[in-house]
Design a protein around this ligand. Structure first.
Ligand SMILES: Cc1ncc(C[n+]2csc(CCOP(=O)(O)OP(=O)(O)O)c2C)c(N)n1
Ligand SMILES: [Mg+2]
Length: 359
């Protein structure tokens, strides 16, 4: 039974100064892989900055930033194979983009488009869920289907600390455990659900401790250590692929910015607390490690920065285009046949459009 319990301290492979810390159970991923992760971290950070700027310019309606959580974001995507599935939340745009979705396609929803901008089947990435924990049930359902079909598919289903209080979280984990499904439930514990701190969310010793109650293994990992995340998530994914069933991974990280631009976090947390996490920045930690290891020179650093800048510029150009949404699209793709109520609304819209055309 002990094998289902998480460790007392989160798994960590690189400390805050960039030095390796030996671990009996988890090996540090090869330097090449860490370099890939660093490249994705640099791009992810730049995307977060650009999206925040686009909100201030009125080009995006809202952006839930993953600034400070980029190690979780890139690791969740990098541990999956092409045929696997990712189930992200509204905060996981960087994970979606690291998975291969074009940044414009990932963010277009936040500009006010009426639907998600990418094809979930093409990228094997579900739409980013806003209703908390619903995506965990969808993931369990898809995993069940894949298992019945004998497919070699593993799923990473993401959620926040707050989402673990939802009934859907319980149902998804219970179902996945009973049916022994290949799902890795990945909780980014960033200490807050909007203004509600973790201490008001659970009385459990940790969120990963919940796993034993479902009969699956739980593990805790330093959420700002990309190497540890790749090792722990990677092991959980391969275990699921080998028929080992689901697991629950809790990453300990921190939401460095407000919940979204619509939130004022100075009303519920001290600046000193936020400041303390600056030293634990996942990007700086990986940079320090790779530099100490002699794997990152100025030239590579410049190349990564230039790539990230290109991504940001493309995103800016795309979002600065004025689009005129077609209101008739609202009726086109949801129902094959319109209900009488929708017929009435359609008539109302046609009336408005014809009057607008005349004016
Ligand atoms: C079912 C449901 N209830 C309430 C909300 C409103 N809401 C949006 S985000 C949020 C906080 C979620 O916190 P957490 O799960 O920790 O994720 P984080 O935003 O920190 O990434 C809440 C309560 C929602 N989106 N869905
Ligand atoms: Mg949270």
């Amino acid at each position: 039974m002990d094998r289902l319990l998480p460790r007392e301290h989160p798994v960590r492979l690189i400390d805050e100064t960039g030095r390796l810390t030996a671990d009996d159970e988890f090996a540090t991923p090869p330097t090449e892989r860490l370099l890939d992760a660093y490249r994705a971290l640099v791009r992810g950070r730049r995307i977060n900055e650009q999206a925040n700027a686009l909100v201030r310019q009125g080009r995006l309606a809202v952006y839930p930033s993953s600034h400070g959580q980029e190690a979780c974001q890139v690791a969740a995507a990098l541990v999956l194979r092409e045929g696997d599935w990712l189930f992200p939340t509204y905060r996981d745009s960087v994970a979606v983009i690291t998975r291969g979705v074009d940044p414009e396609e990932a963010l277009v929803l936040l500009r006010g488009d009426w639907h998600g901008g990418y094809d979930p089947h093409r990228y094997r990435t579900a739409p980013q869920a806003t209703p908390l924990a619903t995506q965990l049930l969808h993931a369990a359902g898809l995993a069940h289907a894949a298992k019945l079909r004998g497919e070699d598919t593993v799923l990473v289903a993401m959620c926040g600390d707050g989402a673990t209080s939802e009934g859907d979280f319980h149902e998804a984990l219970n179902f996945a455990a009973v049916f022994h499904l290949p799902v890795v439930f990945f909780v980014q514990n960033n200490e807050f659900a909007i203004s509600v701190p973790l201490s008001r969310q659970t009385a459990a010793p940790s969120l990963a401790h919940k796993a034993i109650g479902y009969g699956m293994p739980g593990q805790r990992v330093d959420g700002n250590d990309a190497a540890a995340l790749l090792a722990v998530l990677g092991r959980a994914v391969e275990n699921a692929r080998d028929g080992g069933g689901p697991s629950l991974i809790e990453a300990h990280t921190y939401r460095m910015q407000a919940h979204t631009n619509a939130d004022d976090d100075t009303r519920y947390r001290e600046r000193a607390e936020v400041q303390a996490w600056v030293d634990r920045d996942p990007l700086l930690r990986m940079r320090a490690h790779l530099t100490q290891a002699g794997a990152l020179d100025d030239e590579t650093e410049r190349r990564f920065a230039a790539e990230a800048e290109e991504t940001a510029a493309a995103l800016r150009d795309a979002m600065n285009k004025d689009v005129r949404p077609d209101p008739e699209d609202l009726f086109r793709f949801v129902h094959a046949q319109r209900s009488p109520q929708l017929d009435d609304q359609w008539a109302l819209l046609q009336d408005e459009l014809s009057r607008e055309a005349m004016s």
